[in-house]
Unconditional design. Sequence first.
Length: 356
Amino acid sequence: MVSTVVIANLNSRKNRRDKDKSRIKHLRKIVGSHGIVFPTKSLDDLLEHAIPFIQKYKPDVVASDSGDGGLVPLITALVEQNGVPIRCDNGCKKGYFPYIAPTAGGTQNVFSKRCGLTTKREVTSYLTEIVQAKSKEELFVENFDLMKIEDDRGLSMYGFTFGVGMPVTLLEEYYKNKDARYVRIAWLVTRCITSYLFYKAKKGFGLQPRKEAHFYAQQIKNFYEIMNVKFPIRVNSEEAQDYLAIMAQTIPSIGMTWSNMFYRAEKAQRQFHVLGTKANVDEVLLYLPAIYLGKPTLIVNDHLDVQTSDMTVSSDVPLHYQVNGELDYLGNKLSANSIRLSYGLTLDIIKTKGTP
């Protein structure tokens, strides 16, 4: 049978809202005698208890019952303990490194969705298949690349997504309503944007906008002023230019339906896709459908769109950045003047059967 350790982050969205700990009980029932569930309230719990247990018993699978952010300290700690797994030309792997199973326990769960998990029922069948497998060879495993993110303050971590500029500001606004439904927040933003565009169109034709439109126009104006902040950023050795946003990912989707924003992300091994723009927010909105669907021919020319395995972004002003949707790490705000992105490692990730 496949030995499994589940790291349950009690601060993740689904566990935080689970007051009677029914999710933890459910996980323990699934795992049964084939493994153990580690509830962690803090990073210290993970590093001082869960990771040493994994190192001692070397389970076949480590499941992360958290969101995308919970993968960062888990993978980083495993790499620090075991080193990056060395892969041979014929696909073999030298050194211990467990299969990773994300279980959609957080807020956004972009990585879990890439592995085919969206509902509690899917998570249940997913974990059940893992613990009941007779051997690791029965599991549906795919290789996924992660970036290594290092900054000039000495922080180093691994993740599948990175961003500076507007992505960070959006997350800051999003986390102000952390327990609100994702769709609800997206709907409010969409309504604000739509009302604002109609408001501007009516004014352009000399028509009197409705009061409601004017109200939403003021809201989006405030939103616009918050979002439309540019930073003088150097990409590698280029001269500094004013960027509204730069993002990089190793998977195509941002976790929403039909999203193929990082359309080059999985086209080549050990590389990631970088997108950036120097346009204003209102210009970006016009091209948002094309960007979202990954249609490069429809995107403005003044746009960073590269596939690479190594890139550095730097600035004379501190750059706040995000990794896997997290804005801090090890108690430190993610902020630096220079951040290097490079190919980090290739993980064996367990997917649901039938996931493309």
